[in-house]
Design a protein around this ligand. Structure first.
Ligand code: G3H
Ligand code: 13P
Ligand code: NA
Ligand code: ZN
Length: 328
């Protein structure tokens, strides 16, 4: 059944687990997520970015997700709009049937320029007002995502602030987070605690403590009833990087957020964990390898099936690690 995000995250908080939220753009990602959720009996959050809506078209995405609900009626599914850049964008998604929206007012409507607090409150409160009237949950964001190592937002295109940010912008201030929740009434809050979007998060192999767990604790203590969201949570599996590079790819050395650190974050109030890059890497690696090993094959279903299996295994691993298996 299609459910709101609030319903799933309240359950996650009650039973102290975290839910991965996967970005979807196509059939194979959707199938991989549902097959995994079905296998381990986990609830599903799938989210569509502006890039996804541009690629597949909002109606195709909507029907893709509704098809999943139809085929897997026993699995609760949240249809979430990721990184909305304005109240208009969120309103359109609600009209299309999304059960949850993110109003990312940490950035201006260009999705690049860091916005001030008053702007963020204004646009987010507007969305909360009309979304809650329709039973739709709202995720807001306070603080700008970016690497504490480089100050860069991470994504070269797409979502994220442009240019180099200073340290104070890269970490959510607990006092400001509490005030923001009071001023807006959001159900879930994305916080900046050391992660960034995309594959290039860290240039050196993390030796523990890439996440600011201390900061998560401080924020959670002030707003215990608001579900914390961690964007940029891909772990950048080294085995898939190696496979991509072995079969003709050319990705540089890079590291993501270790799964154990995400699990530590979940212990301290993180409930929604956004993952996109890991499925992209697994999918690309599986397709590259399949093509190289099966040079006579030209049926796209064959290499796409290989990509679905690769993505499904990552989804299963995250459900299990985050404690969401068995919770559907
Ligand atoms: O938040 C960023 C997600 O990874 C979506 O990326 O804009 O390329 O679809 P995208
Ligand atoms: P990754 O790029 O780390 O997968 O993060 C995705 C994300 O935060 C989507 O909103
Ligand atoms: Na989101
Ligand atoms: Zn994000």
């Amino acid at each position: 059944a299609l459910v709101s995000m609030r319903q799933l995250l309240d359950h996650a908080a009650e039973f102290s687990y975290g839910l991965p939220a996967f970005n979807v753009n196509n059939l194979e990602q959707m199938r991989a997520i549902m097959e995994a959720a079905d296998k381990v009996n986990a609830p599903v959050i799938v989210q569509a970015s502006a890039g996804a809506r541009k690629y597949a078209g909002a109606p195709f995405l909507r029907h893709l997700i509704l098809a999943a609900v139809e085929e897997f009626p026993h699995i609760p599914v949240v249809m979430h709009q990721d990184h909305g850049t304005s109240p208009d964008v969120c309103q359109r998604s609600i009209q299309l049937g999304f059960s949850s929206v993110m109003m990312d007012g940490s950035l201006k409507s260009d999705g690049k320029t860091p916005a001030d607090y008053a702007y963020n409150v204004d646009v987010t409160r507007t969305v909360v007002n009309f979304a809650h009237a329709c039973g739709v949950s709202v995720e807001g964001e306070i603080g700008c995502l970016g690497s504490l190592e480089t100050g860069m937002a991470g994504e070269e295109d797409g979502v994220g602030a442009e240019g180099v940010l200073d340290h104070s912008q890269l970490l959510t201030d607990p006092e400001e987070a509490a005030q923001f929740v009071k001023d807006t009434g959001v159900d879930a809050l994305a916080i900046a605690i050391g992660t960034s979007h995309g594959a290039y998060k860290f240039t050196k192999k993390p030796t523990g403590d890439v996440l600011r767990i201390d900061r998560i604790k401080e924020i959670h203590a002030r707003i215990p009833n608001t579900h914390l969201v961690m964007h940029g949570s891909s772990s950048v599996p080294q085995e898939w990087l190696a496979i991509i590079n072995e079969f003709g790819g050319d990705l540089g050395e890079t590291y993501g957020v270790p799964v154990e650190e995400i699990v530590e974050g979940i212990k301290h109030g993180v409930r929604k964990v956004n993952i996109d890059t890991d499925l992209r890497l697994a999918s690309t690696g599986a397709i590259r390898r399949f093509m190289a090993q099966n040079p006579k094959e030209f049926d796209p279903r064959k290499y796409l099936a290989a990509s679905t299996v690769a993505m499904r295994d990552i989804v299963i691993a995250r459900y299990e690690a985050f404690g969401a298996a068995g919770m559907a």
